[in-house]
Each structure stands twice: as structure tokens, then as C-alpha cells.
Write a new protein. Structure first.
Length: 211
């Protein structure tokens, strides 16, 4: 299935650094994209960065997140993804923001989460999201990712670590953990650092091979 994504943020400073536009300008720029996507019946996901904290502004008012989310949905975005761009969120904060977004009228099926594991809280934040009914979760093989406009931010939550937790909880994903490990093994030589996935590191150590 074809799908596309558009990116804005909950903080003006980050939006300026990331896409060289204000939040309002970014939303205006999305309109022709959404119009074309609608004509082609292509679903659009709207990413909101810096939901839980901004590298330039610090703490972000959750009401700003709600405002941006509602504007995106009113424009025709099929779902929104709430991003912890610099990896500062904790489970209590995740619950508070999700409650506000849900109470604003956004359906659970329209919400996804995107956590960076800068401070080691990504899996805990995913678990809280799951407990609140969120089932759309971003992750990347080996924990790849990051953002040049988020100083000090680590990569995304590793797909291997997420799958290991979900498999252990009896939650079916349809994703083969062993194949994701193999994908990370293929990518690893091209990186300038070892993959950050804890599961990948453990699997390679158990196999007696270097990451």
C-alpha cells in the first residue's frame, strides 16, 4: 500500500531548524500535498516532532501538541505520530500527553508514537502507550536514526528490542525478529558506530561474533 508522511513540530524553534518554516507555514505547505494524496487515495501520516521536549525551547506545552494534532486531522491527515525527538519523555509524561490528545477527540486508531532511546526510556514509554490502547509504534532496525537538529539525541527505538518485548508479552506483530537481526547485521558495517539495539548486541555475543 502506498502512503506518505508530512513533518511538523510542536515547537516553533525546532520547526524552523528542521524544515525552515514556522508551524503555520508548514501546515500551509502540506495542503497541496494532502489534496494530491486525496485524489490518489493515498493515506497521509502527520508527524509531530518535539512533543515531549525541544532542544531549543526545553519543555513543550502539551496543549500545543493537541492544537497541532487537531489542525493536521482537520486538514485530512489519516493519523498522527507523536514524536519524542530528543528522547526525554517518561511514562507518566506520555500518559498525560496521550490523555489530552485522546480527550480532544482524536481516535486511538489515529495515534502513533515515535520514541528515541536517548535516555533508555523508549520501551517503558511504549509499554505505557500500549496500556492506553496505542498500537502504532515506530522503530528502526538496530536503533538507526536521529536528527542533526536535535543535539545529543540518540537513534530511534530499536525494532529488535521492541519485538523481543512484544514477543515475550504474547503480542503478535507478524514481524520476524531473526530477520530483523539479519537486516541489522547487513547494515552494521556501513555505520560509524555499533548498532545500539540491546537485543542485537546480545544475539551477536551469544553467537560468538562481533557486532
Amino acid at each position: 500500500m502506498r502512503s506518505i508522511a508530512v513533518f511538523t513540530a510542536a515547537s516553533e524553534s525546532f520547526t524552523r531548524h528542521n524544515i525552515n518554516a514556522s508551524i503555520a507555514e508548514s501546515l500551509a505547505n502540506f495542503r497541496p500535498v494532502l489534496d494530491l494524496a486525496r485524489q490518489e487515495s493515498i493515506p497521509v501520516r502527520g508527524y509531530i516532532s518535539t512533543v515531549f521536549g525541544c532542544p531549543y525551547e526545553g519543555q513543550v506545552d502539551p496543549q500545543r501538541v493537541v492544537t497541532v494534532a487537531r489542525e493536521l486531522l482537520d486538514m485530512g491527515v489519516a493519523e498522527i505520530s507523536l514524536g519524542d525527538t530528543i528522547g526525554v519523555a517518561n511514562p507518566l509524561q506520555v500518559a498525560q500527553v496521550l490523555e489530552l490528545v485522546i480527550h480532544s477527540g482524536v481516535e486511538l486508531e489515529q495515534i502513533g508514537v515515535h520514541f528515541h532511546d536517548t535516555r533508555g526510556t523508549a520501551l517503558a514509554n511504549v509499554l505505557m502507550s500500549l496500556q492506553m490502547g496505542i498500537t502504532t509504534i515506530d522503530a528502526s532496525a538496530g536503533g538507526l536514526g536521529g536528527c542533526p537538529y536535535a543535539p545529543g539525541a540518540a537513534g530511534n527505538l530499536a525494532t529488535e528490542d521492541l519485538l523481543y518485548m512484544l514477543d515475550g508479552m504474547g503480542i503478535e506483530t507478524g514481524v520476524d525478529l531473526a530477520k530483523v537481526v539479519e537486516a541489522t547485521r547487513y547494515i552494521a558495517p556501513y555505520l560509524d558506530h555499533p548498532p545500539t539495539s540491546k537485543y542485537y548486541q546480545a544475539a551477536r555475543a551469544a553467537a560468538g561474533t562481533e557486532a
